[in-house]
Ligand binder design. Structure first.
Ligand code: ADP
Ligand code: MG
Length: 244
């Protein structure tokens, strides 16, 4: 039986009196990659932020490994430590060296010993070919390198699943590949992930399941292999054609 990690039931979210998510229902199993697609403004970032406890929502239920979590509850704090999140704008601390950017969370939040955290950070840096950059500052790195560091920083906290919101959207084209490779690698290692992306080839490669959103509603939920060749809705077909 598939091992459910996250389940969302009837999630509704409004900003003020403007509804943005309507009755969102889906689940993600351990080791799966869910790709969220949809036009700009369809609610993808809002949904991701609700899942990370960054946005309150008006109604609905989120379950993590079968446990009900609510934004105000103590178990949400526990849950958030298990979620790694990377955004479009790599928000590294400019005044900290790369090593300290990565080890800050493990040392301060997870109370890891400094030498242990640094050893692991180096191994992670090595895995993304950036071991030589440990003692540099973010301003000395390219956008693509900074985004790889942002991913490493999230991984250093040992997340059980990762949220990626358009992490390559602000990168120069030649930087995109290196970042996507890391995510493909994570998928191979069976990291559970929810990914928002405009890179359709990558989405096709990585998606076990696609949720296609429009105006805050799930128009279809389709296995990745099918979505990109034979989507269920005309709207998704048009969307895919527009992305060519
Ligand atoms: P996407 O990520 O798919 O582009 P968003 O989740 O960013 O979509 O936005 C969904 C809708 O919510 C849009 O109409 C957007 O204008 C609105 N919205 C997003 N963030 C806010 C906010 N902080 N306050 C008010 N409205 C917002
Ligand atoms: Mg967005």
């Amino acid at each position: 039986m598939a091992d459910e990690l996250l389940r969302v039931e009837n999630l509704n979210k409004a900003y003020g009196d403007q509804p943005v998510l309507h009755d969102i229902n889906f689940e993600v199993n351990t080791g799966e990659v869910l790709v969220l697609l949809g036009p700009s403004g369809s609610g993808k970032s809002t949904l991701i932020r609700c899942l990370n406890g960054l946005e309150p929502y008006q109604s609905g239920d989120i379950y993590f490994k079968g446990d009900h979590v609510t934004p105000s509850s103590k178990n949400w704090q526990k849950l958030r430590q298990k979620i790694g999140m990377v955004f479009q704008s790599y928000d590294l601390f400019p005044n900290l060296k790369i090593m300290d950017n990565i080890t800050l969370g493990p040392i301060k939040v997870q109370k890891q010993a400094k030498n242990v955290a640094e050893k692991e950070a180096l191994a992670l840096l090595d895995s993304v070919d950036l071991a030589d950059y440990a003692q540099k500052y973010p301003r000395e790195l390219s956008g693509g390198q900074k985004q790889r560091i942002a991913i490493v920083r999230a991984l250093a906290l040992h997340p059980e699943f990762m949220l990626f919101d358009e992490v390559t959207a602000s990168l120069d084209p030649e930087m995109v590949r290196g970042v996507l490779e890391i995510m493909l690698d994570l998928a191979k290692q069976k990291m559970t992930m929810i990914v928002v992306t405009h890179e359709m080839n990558f989405a096709h490669q990585i998606a076990n399941q696609v949720l296609f959103l429009e105006e805050g509603r799930i128009l279809e939920s389709t296995p990745g292999a099918q979505f990109f060749t034979d989507p269920k809705t005309d709207r998704a077909k048009e969307f895919l054609q527009s992305m060519d």
